[in-house]
Design a protein around this ligand. Structure first.
Ligand SMILES: *Cc1c(COP(=O)(O)O)cnc(C)c1O
Length: 381
């Protein structure tokens, strides 16, 4: 029996100028942070998405940690976030002593169930963190309305949400602050990498300080102060020029990347539609207010056991699908801190959601092979 080439879950891709730009950074004799390439990346995002201010960070995790510092989160402050998310969404706030109050996902897709938020608010609540799962927007208007009503901050975890929109507004531009990721599994990559987006001028100055170890070095380099020193708390959140140079080469191809991923996404969707129509599996749900940035293609199986059997079958055919988050409210770290509420849909997606291979080089025949494998599994069960 001939064994077909493996279709992995993710493959990083280079567009040609990554190493050239890294060499240019070397020639510029500037490899630490905030050189020419960092500036170019900042300008790219501020212009393309009209973000008020962008600062590259070494990860989205760092951007979220910066958010918690910027919002002066204190021990006992409460943060409302989905349980079906990556640990960094909330760990960043736990580091400041915050208490996490987990909300459930919606029945339609893994995003935050907005209808449940208000009941979770107490006098100690400070922040709501919508996570745009798979790059598909949360319903931001009601979230922002609730935040206004109770005087709360909104931090968007936009790690997966590059080039995606809510009612024509770019994701990342709707909350007070937001974080993006350029981890190698995201649409645009720099290995590890991220950025913080500041949508309110009142954070600009302090964000620079927090990102530069609590010093006013950025203002010093602009000539605004004649010496720099320790002025606040902070850490080292800025990436080197090597990372920014790599990232900029990717950003120059953003449109190509997005087009290719959307093509693969649509082929998956067309090929798997019949299984959804027969009620055999569920496919991603896109609300009318959201665009699709093709960060991820997932299916929803009927049970954890069915998903395991499907994964085993696909792996035998040398295809690597992967499931995703395990509800954080049931995690070893958080389990005994959770207030006992059942979060039905967080568990539902933990048990049933399966992500299919999705990356730039994925070919149409690869997508066909993956879809065929799923079809044949369900034909035989
Ligand atoms: C990838 C991801 C993160 C973490 O991003 P890093 O850049 O790896 O720190 C956080 N939240 C979500 C929803 C993610 O998908």
């Amino acid at each position: 029996m001939d064994v077909k080439d493996q279709i992995g879950f993710n493959l990083p891709h280079m567009f040609g100028k990554e190493t050239e730009y890294i060499m240019e950074a070397l020639r510029n004799k500037k490899l630490s942070g905030d050189g020419e390439f960092t500036k170019k990346c900042h300008e790219f995002f501020e212009k393309k998405y009209t973000f008020k201010k962008v600062l590259l960070t070494t990860s989205c995790t760092d951007a979220l940690e910066m958010s918690a510092l910027l919002l002066d989160i204190q021990p006992g402050d409460e943060v409302i976030a989905p349980s079906f998310t990556f640990v960094s969404t909330v760990n960043a706030f736990v580091l400041r002593g915050a208490k996490i109050v987990f909300a459930d996902s919606t029945a339609e897709n893994p995003n935050l169930n907005v209808e449940q938020i208000e009941a979770l608010i107490t006098p100690k609540t400070k922040v709501i963190i919508p996570v745009h799962y798979a790059g598909i927007a949360c319903d931001m208007d009601p979230i922002i309305a609730i935040a206004k009503k109770y005087n709360l901050h909104v931090v968007e975890d936009a790690a997966q949400a590059i080039d995606s929109f809510y009612k024509s507004k770019p994701l990342g531009s709707l909350g007070d602050i937001s974080g993006f990721s350029f981890h190698e599994t995201k649409n645009v990559i720099s290995g590890e990498g991220g950025m913080i987006v500041l949508n309110d001028e009142k954070y600009f100055k302090r964000a620079e300080i927090i990102r530069e170890k609590g010093t006013n070095r950025s203002a010093f380099f602009r000539g605004e102060v004649d010496k720099y020193g320790w002025v606040d708390i902070g850490s080292s959140f800025l990436p080197s020029e090597i990372i920014a140079a790599f990232l900029f080469a990717q950003l120059e191809h953003l449109d190509v990347i997005q087009e290719k991923r959307k093509t693969s996404w649509n082929i998956y969707n067309d090929l798997l539609k019949p299984l959804e129509q027969k009620g055999i599996i569920r496919l991603p749900f896109l609300p009318g207010y959201a665009t699709n940035n093709a960060h991820m293609y997932y299916i929803i199986c009927n049970s954890a056991a069915e998903r395991s059997a499907l994964v085993a079958t696909m792996k035998k055919q040398n295809i690597v699908p992967v499931f995703h988050y395990q509800s954080l409210h049931k995690s070893p770290y958080f389990n005994d801190k959770h207030d006992g509420r059942t979060l039905e849909y967080a568990d539902y997606y933990s048990d049933r959601l399966l992500r299919l291979p999705m990356y730039f080089q994925l070919s149409e025949s690869d997508v066909n092979r993956v879809a065929e494998s799923i079809h044949s599994f369900y034909k035989s069960t």
